[in-house]
Design a protein around this ligand. Structure first.
Ligand SMILES: [Zn+2]
Ligand SMILES: [Zn+2]
Length: 320
């Protein structure tokens, strides 16, 4: 059993002898939907709520009566929001917390068939820019304490529409897991993520690095081929990224997705960005392929059983 020394998570590495990447069967992310009826395709903008941000070569706009065309990314309110700006009043039940906030869909490309594992350098940089912009707008809003940005790729990973998109949910609270992380960081002599990024840069769990970031298989990987992206500098959120950092982050994200795509033949996956407007926090991005099952034991204990040691996962991802 392994324990992540500052997150407090446990995981069990139960390596199944000789299990290779090709042993992980999944249904893939093959195209099923029709671009003519896809609400995320150019020409079908009327099928979505008006966009709060439309990213174009001429700048960032929002939809008025007419929908803005010629975009490379657009973000609008989710039709079925998990958190809304005008919440229902709390009930007499135990949970009386307002889910105040917002829920956006970010369409990352006008191309229906586009796959982030094949994004060009420019597309990756734009993606990071859009994430930074949406984060910035939302975190500065009254009553918003946390902004969750995540991507579900493939149906089994939770994407109901195949056209590439991410989601943003703004919350009135900081998730308990992040509060715990910050508490631990405060009592440590140095930021644990800074130490981790430095130490893992020379470990067998390193997959890729550039000047600004490292891509690693975490020591306590919950699922096979999990990876983390960490800035080497102590940055708390995407807002602190300068031009060079943005380019580096785009590059490392592209490397992570391409390597997973090649090694596991286009797996479904989730990634999420953890960040806070708090200098104690250290920005991190976690990518988890959705190729294993979370079952009874995980639900009972919160401890994951992972059949691929991260050291092997890192070697495979380095060499692919
Ligand atoms: Zn589409
Ligand atoms: Zn740090």
């Amino acid at each position: 059993m392994r324990r992540h020394y500052f997150l407090g998570d446990y995981c069990i590495i139960a390596a199944e002898r000789g299990k290779r990447p090709s042993d992980f069967k999944h249904e893939g992310t093959k195209e099923r939907s029709d671009p003519n009826t896809c609400p995320f395709c150019p020409g079908n903008e009327e099928m979505t709520p008006p966009a709060v941000a439309v990213y174009t070569d001429d700048g960032i706009f929002s939809d008025g009566e007419d929908r803005v065309k010629n975009w490379w990314a657009r973000s609008f309110q989710n039709l079925y929001p998990a958190a809304t700006p005008k919440p229902e009043p709390p009930t007499k039940e135990w949970v009386a917390e307002f889910a105040r906030g917002g829920h956006e869909v970010i369409v990352e490309s006008p191309d229906h068939k586009s796959d982030p594992a094949r994004f060009s350098r420019q597309e990756l940089e734009r993606l990071v820019l859009v994430y930074r912009d949406r984060y910035s707008r939302r975190i500065s809003q009254e009553g918003v304490a946390y902004v969750s940005i995540f991507k579900n790729w493939g149906r089994v990973a939770g994407a109901s529409i195949s056209h590439t998109h991410s989601q943003l949910i703004a919350l009135p609270i900081v998730p308990p897991a992040l509060i715990r992380e910050m508490d631990t960081a405060t009592s440590a002599p140095r930021c644990p993520y800074c130490s981790l990024a430095e130490r893992e840069a020379t470990s067998e769990r390193l997959i890729f690095e550039n000047e600004g970031f490292v891509l690693i298989a975490p020591f306590c990987s919950q699922v096979p081929y999990e990876t983390w992206i960490l800035p080497r500098k102590h940055l708390s959120s995407l807002e602190e990224l300068d031009r060079a950092d943005l380019q580096d982050l785009g590059q490392v994200l592209g490397e992570a997705l391409r390597r997973l795509d090649r090694l596991l033949s286009g797996p479904p996956y989730n990634y999420s960005i953890s960040q806070l407007p708090d200098r104690r926090y250290h920005l991190n991005i976690r990518i988890q392929p959705a190729i294993s099952t979370v079952a009874g034991f995980e639900k009972n204990t919160g401890i994951f059983i992972n059949t691929v040691p991260p050291e092997e996962a890192a070697r495979d991802l380095r060499e692919v």
